[in-house]
Write a protein that binds this ligand. Sequence first.
Ligand code: NAD
Length: 256
Amino acid sequence: MDIKGKVALVTGGATGIGLEYVKELLKNGALHVTVADLDARKGENAVKDLNTEFGKGRATFLKCDVTKPDELEHAFKMTHSTNKALDIVINNAGILDDSRWELEIAINVTAVARGTILAFQYMGKDKGGKGGVVANIASILGLQNMAGCPVYVGTKHAVVGLSRSFGMPYHFDRTGVRVITMCPGVTDTPLISEAHHRQVGTWGDWGEECGRELDSLPKQKPENVAKGMIHMIKKAANGSVWVCEGGKPVYEVHIP
Ligand code: NAD
C-alpha cells in the first residue's frame, strides 16, 4: 500500500508509540489521521503540534474511551464521514496494569477485537468500501513469557491469536482488509516508565517482578517501532506477525 493520500485512525495516539505512528503516517503523506484517545489534554496538544508541523487539518483529535463501544464506533464514523474514506486503522491503545486486570483485558483485547470488526464494517469491500489495512498492537510478550504481569502477557497473546484469525484468507477474500500484527520489544514510553509503580502491590508483592525486569532491560526509541509500522503497512502479508525490538528493523515471525 502507498500511504500517500490515505486516511488513518490511530487509537491511543496521544502519546508514546501511538503518537509516533501518527507522525510517521503524516511524514509518509497520509492525507489525514484521527487521533482517538482517552487523554484529551495530551491529545489536543499533540494534534496542535502535528498540524503546525505537517499542515492545518492533517490531524484531528477525538476523545474516545476504546472500552466504550459507542465512543469507538463514533471515531470510525467521524473519520469515515469527514474524509469520505478510511484506509488504515491502528488498534494501539493499551495498558500494562495487572492491578486493574479487567480493565486491561477490556482495553488490550476486547477493544482490539471490536476495532478490527469495525474496520471490516467501514473498509470492507463487501460493505461498499475499498479494503485497507488494520494493524493490531500486541507485544513481544504476545510471543514470549514474563513473570509478574500474567494478565498483560495473556492479553498480548490474545491479540496475536485474534489478529491471525481475522487475518485468514476467509475474511480477506470478502473484505479486502489485511490484518497484521506488530509486536514491539521494550520501548521508552510512559507505559514502561510507570510500570514499576503500577505493578507494585499487585496481588501481594510479586507483581513488582515485572516492573523490576522492565526497568533493567534496554529500551528502544518509539520512532523505531513507528518506522517498522510503515514498512508493515506497505508490505506485510495478510495475517502476518512482526517483531520490532532492540532498535533493529522490524522482522516477520512465523508461528506454526
Ligand atoms: P503509553 O502508555 O505511552 O500510551 C498509551 C496511550 O493509550 C495513551 O495515550 C493513553 O491515554 C491511551 N489509552 C489508554 N487507555 C485508553 C482507553 N481506554 N481509550 C483510549 N485510549 C486509551 O503506551 P505505549 O508504550 O505507547 O504503548 C502503546 C501500545 O504498544 C500498547 O498497546 C502497549 O501494550 C504496546 N506495547 C508497548 C511496549 C513498550 O515497551 N512501551 C512494548 C510492547 C507493546
